[in-house]
Design a protein around this ligand. Sequence first.
Ligand code: SF4
Length: 353
Amino acid sequence: MSTLTKTEGETAPTGPESFLSVSDLRVRFSTEDGIVKAVDGLSFDVARGRTLGIVGESGSGKSVTNLTVLGLHNPKNTTVEGEIVLDGKELVTATEKEMEKLRGNKVAMIFQDPLTALSPYYTVGRQIAEPFMKHTGASKKEARARAIEMLTKVGIPQPKSRVDDYPHQFSGGMRQRAMIAMALVCDPDLLIADEPTTALDVTVQAQILDLLKDLQQEFGSAIVFITHDLGVISEMADDLLVMYAGRAVERGSTAEVLRRPRHPYTWGLLSSMPRLGGSIDQALTPIPGTPPSLLNPPSGCPFHPRCAFTGEVPGDRCSTERPPLGEGRAAACHLTAEQKQTFFIDKIQPRLR
Ligand code: SF4
């Protein structure tokens, strides 16, 4: 399976397995205070039937990347450079009309808050049926039957009567399921899930994650799963991209990145959150400082103002030289491969027990 195989700045080779290929993506916003570099040279691939997890703090560029893939950025104040190739079609240069055709049909998104996606004025059934009619030309009757079928699939009880309910008549977990039904009604090939379970309690969260896995098996969709929760990522994602300040700083298979992380920022993320199976008195160590302003990002390695390992790199390379992300399993950091391994084992791993 080909998934994460490119380096930053390369042109994306769109192989037959690479369903979504993002290459050297740069997204800039013009604001009153200057230009915000929200995404700064990002590359990744996702194959059909695979899930790519993207983790990072708020403002790391993960959500902007995915809104850009969907063409949902504001064209008036946003500049997009690089390539986004979906099933062989270039999206950066696509017209709004072409993007509209793709959204809901080939690509769908599940948001954190179902209330932003569901309108309070229409029944749940109508909101699931409408994109189906629009993209497939189905009749009202066929679309209603399809809405009931989708509500059944996502586990809504009594779907034949609940199809006529309004969103406020559904619980939070049911609304999230309804939004998933709406996102999947046209069998999209790519599903982007942005913190889809953050607002839900643990039991409902587990049910929704299981549901997404089952539906992926059934539809063979590629999934991009955005979250700050590494526990959820270890459940869901085959491959992992760690983002910081609009760039990818580490990537690899999820199992490898979580077992042997190589970037000081990934070490910080792991040390700052409770681990599944970790000891009950596990001390959490927050990453010092705050994420950088993307109006004026730090020179060199963007993580250097917060990094505890700059003294291990000779000279002032951390503050002057941007570390590249190598190919395949890689971390964008000036530490040597040996240092990355030794520091993790000696200094970080003991904290994670
Ligand atoms: Fe830390 Fe330097 Fe590595 Fe950046 S390049 S993560 S500042 S050690």
